[in-house]
Design a protein. Sequence first.
Length: 90
Amino acid sequence: MSAEVGQTQAWDSLGQLRKAMIAVAPHLEMIDEVPENEWRAEPVDTLGDATFRPTVKDFYLTNPIARASALMAELSAAAAARGAQPMAAE
């Protein structure tokens, strides 16, 4: 396929591809092996006074494409309306 698009690669089989990948990243050869890492305990400290709350306030408007979308604006408004009214317990 690479030759068809004019970007010929140095490998022609799965085995050759794996050898090329291992040459670049030797850790890929360690299948089913867990590397040994140095471990040290972190010092115990007290927690701060921060509150645990979501950082994203409006999921529907998190990126420029969504903010430019009329549908996302409608969904955002509907979510805000649902959040403003009390919900019945089920």
